[in-house]
Design a protein around this ligand. Structure first.
Ligand code: ARG
Length: 456
């Protein structure tokens, strides 16, 4: 493709390092779509003759059909997807195919392909996040009145509604959706027309090319247009944040499925066995969810590092933007694909959760708040409740297992109604503050989350 300037053949060892076709073949559709728009614009503006544009467009459409049928064969010596497709076009329609690359460089071409790819993938990921959110909502709807010990420092803290806990993940994922949408907006701009870096002498209409591709606008600066990979980083950051959230969810399910917690029964279809221990039912799906966050974070850092010292404008370093991005897309899809049905079919063991609440003094705050309602300053109430916890713990009984005289000995203000107050179900019901765990408040939140996920 650059034969004119060179006397000797490229050393084959250079191809092995330099060629991107082994991975950028994945951009075949985006590359052909970009070329179709470019050829259309070239014909419309009269930069090339309308009949030449028609021949090129027909050739590109035939290549697109072949690509979709998996009939294209690429060559390592042709370096990348752009040169491979140009060669295939020339083979198909003859020398007129050489007019396609008028007023274009591979630098604005590859940038365009990546914009189209990120825009498309962000949409696809959002769809799958929605499916996972619906699985969580479905579980939450069934578990508004299921009581779970809420934790701080991984110590049982206060009883909460299981729906409330699951909804926390729905809202995290909602913020992830916003971040993927932001990456999509960043990618929604066309670099085509920047040429190698300086623009072009041909009377192009880059707004037309952008419009043909459904892109919102063009870059105001051709040097920025070919150098910018912020939109890819935005996607990697959104993906990293998503994977961090999924990893936290994965970790909780691993904990909850453990023999020690026993809060959840893994569905057989989403659990794995052991080759030696017949009793085992392992949470591999959730462990891998946790682990795979690492490679996605790595891809974010790898691309940041590629870009950080890079002078303007295009440098071959930018070719390294692709593999990490592709692997991120694949990882995120693979994890979301399995997580949604796995979460959907988890069986929560309500009795075990309630037992954990009852065995844990997670109702000690209730006792302190009870005394506050009787006029005791919170700090004194906290101390009184603490003494009663110590007394109960010494006797190996829950707070509600102490006789009334013991309560009264610590604070004469305590009456027989303390036993209702200590009931964990009542404790949850009373937390009516906005965003709190009270059943009615959780039902209100569920409706709000449904609307965020499914639209009004
Ligand atoms: N394969 C290259 C990439 O992925 C395409 C652009 C190459 N441009 C160039 N002038 N070598 O970035």
């Amino acid at each position: 493709m650059w034969g004119g300037r060179f006397e000797a053949e490229t050393d084959p060892r250079v191809h092995a390092l330099n060629a991107s076709i082994p991975f950028d073949r994945r951009l075949v559709r985006e590359d052909l779509e970009g070329s179709l728009a470019h050829a259309t614009m070239l014909g419309e503006t009269g930069i090339i003759a309308p009949e030449d544009a028609e021949a090129i467009i027909a050739g590109l459409k035939a290549l697109l059909a072949d690509a979709e049928a998996g009939r294209l064969s690429f060559r390592l010596e042709d370096e990348d997807i752009h040169m491979n497709l140009e060669r295939l076009l020339l083979e198909r329609i003859g020398p007129v195919g050489g007019k396609l690359h008028t007023a274009r460089s591979r630098n604005d071409q590859v940038a365009l392909d990546l914009h189209l790819f990120v825009r498309r993938q962000a949409e696809a990921v959002v769809e799958k996040i929605r499916t996972l959110q619906r699985a969580l909502l479905h579980q939450a709807e069934a578990h508004v009145e299921t009581i779970l010990p809420g934790y701080t420092h991984l110590k049982r803290a206060q009883p909460v509604s299981l729906a409330h806990h699951l909804l926390a993940y729905v809202w995290m994922l909602e913020r992830d959706v916003r971040r993927f949408r932001a990456a999509q907006t960043a990618a929604d701009v066309s670099p085509l027309g920047a040429g190698a870096l300086a623009g072009t002498t041909h009377p192009i209409d880059p707004h037309r090319t952008a419009a043909l591709l459904g892109l919102a606008g063009i870059y105001p600066n051709s040097i920025d247009a070919v150098s910018d990979r912020d939109f890819a980083l935005d996607f990697l950051y959104a993906a990293s944040m998503l994977m961090m959230h999924l990893s936290r969810l994965g970790e909780e399910i691993v904990l909850w499925a453990s023999d020690e917690f026993g809060f959840v029964e893994l569905p057989d279809a989403f659990a794995t066995g052991s080759s030696i221990m017949p009793q085992k039912k392992n949470p591999d799906v959730f462990e891998l969810t946790r682990a795979k966050s690492g490679r996605v974070f790595g891809h974010l850092f790898a691309l940041l590092t590629v870009l950080k010292g890079l002078p303007l404008a295009y440098n071959k370093d930018l070719q390294e933007d692709k593999e990490g991005l592709f692997d991120t897309v694949d990882t995120v899809h693979r994890v979301l694909d399995v997580l949604a049905p796995a979460v959907e079919t988890l069986r929560f063991r309500s009795e075990a959760m309630l037992r954990a609440v009852r065995e844990s003094y997670a109702n000690a705050t209730e006792l302190a708040d009870y005394l506050v309602r009787k006029g005791v300053p919170f700090r004194d109430a906290h101390a009184a409740a603490g003494r009663l916890v110590r007394l109960a713990a010494d006797r190996g009984v829950p707070l509600e297992g102490l006789p009334l005289e013991d309560f009264k000995a610590v604070s004469p203000l305590i009456g027989p109604d303390v036993y209702t107050v200590l009931d964990p179900v009542e404790a949850v019901r009373r937390r009516t503050s906005p965003g709190g765990t009270g059943f009615d408040e959780v039902r209100r939140q569920l409706a709000q989350a449904r609307q965020a996920v499914d639209g009004p």
